[in-house]
Design a protein around this ligand. Structure first.
Ligand SMILES: Nc1nc2c(ncn2[C@@H]2O[C@H](COP(=O)(O)OP(=O)(O)O)[C@@H](O)[C@H]2O)c(=O)[nH]1
Ligand SMILES: [Mg+2]
Length: 314
């Protein structure tokens, strides 16, 4: 299955919410814009963004653009506000080969997010991804507050042949991150991906703990972490955005990974993430398989979402 087919399949639930109204709109010369707006809101795009999308699409339609293209462009403007990049991306758009590579800034990616969003499994997929792109990767199992939190990543590390630095359960996660960072420098590896706790015992403050983890990484390895990525579960929709702001305030996010898009009709959540958080989306998760973690491509995302002409592949 091509990556685009995986993406399409993963967005099936959200597309179902939109497809009836999109199809109706395409079938008529004058679409029912209100219905389309409601459909966008149902897909968790958010009321004010949905209104803007419809306003833009209407304006494009009045200039004579086809309904499909007007909608596509209006959504893309929200998902990738940088017009130049959009243009470049759209040239040579290829449904079989995903050319876009996510080059991390620096050598350490710190991954944060609440329990259960998919941090550890996403880290395993990221490890495999960067390995495939010839990077020598290392893991730090920093979720030491949860029983077996670090064992889970160690198992992945073993399977992938990625060295994993772990402390015993209950070890100070900052100590694990510090030692792992120093070890990466000593071994001269290309990339360290650091897992972190998503919840602490009540007497601890998660955000303070994460700030400390970030600080000590910088002590062991100057200028790092170059990336701090938040993993966000699409199923939580707009509620996830509140979390995202707290993490952003605490540790300064440089990227977002949205998981479990396959499990929800709320795929429209990507629009408010881009507009309200102002942090780029790096990867999206559209299933549990290795290849279901994909570099985020706004143009492909929009096409997969609106692609109502093709029946869903089994
Ligand atoms: N359907 C689906 N499940 C996912 C995706 N990403 C992660 N998961 C699942 O989410 C569950 C929790 O993942 P885990 O990595 O342990 O979360 P953590 O607590 O944040 O470390 C696991 O069962 C994963 O397989 C995704 O994109 N789609
Ligand atoms: Mg975990």
């Amino acid at each position: 299955m091509s990556w685009f087919d995986r993406l399409r399949r993963g967005l099936g639930k959200t597309r179902d919410v939109l497809s009836g109204d999109v199809q109706d709109a395409m079938a008529s010369r004058t679409p029912d814009w209100d219905e389309l707006e409601f459909a966008l809101i149902a897909a968790d795009v958010g009321a004010s963004i949905a209104a803007d999308v419809i306003t833009d699409a209407k304006a494009a339609r009045e200039r004579g653009v086809s309904i499909m293209e007007a909608l596509e462009q209006a959504l893309l403007d929200q998902l990738e506000p940088d017009a130049m990049r959009q243009k470049l991306r759209r040239v040579g758009f290829d449904l079989d080969v995903q050319r876009h590579f996510v080059e991390p800034a620096g050598k350490v990616i710190m991954v944060v997010g609440v329990n259960g969003v998919g941090k550890t499994t996403t880290i395993a997929k990221l490890g495999a991804y960067y390995q495939r792109h010839d990077k020598r990767v290392m893991f730090a199992a920093g979720d030491t507050f949860r029983a077996a939190g670090s064992a889970q990543l160690e198992v992945w590390g073993e399977r992938l042949g990625i060295p994993t630095h772990a402390g015993a359960d209950g070890t100070d996660p900052a100590a694990v991150a510090f030692d792992a960072s120093a070890a990466r420098v000593a071994r001269g590896l290309d990339l360290l991906i650091v897992d972190t706790a998503g919840r602490l015992h009540t007497q601890h403050n998660l955000m303070e703990e994460l700030k400390k983890v970030k600080r000590v990484i910088g002590k062991a390895d100057e200028g790092e972490p170059g990336e701090v990525w938040l993993v966000l579960d699409a199923v939580t929709g707009q509620n996830g955005l509140q979390q995202a702001r707290k993490f952003h305030d605490a540790v300064g996010l440089t990227g977002v990974i949205v998981t479990k898009l396959d499990g929800t009709a709320k795929g429209g959540i990507l629009l408010p993430i881009v507009r309200e958080l102002g942090v780029p989306i790096k990867f999206i998760g559209v299933g549990e398989q290795q290849d279901d973690l994909q570099p985020y491509d706004a143009a492909a995302f929009v096409r997969a979402l609106l692609d109502v002409s093709q029946p869903d592949a089994a």
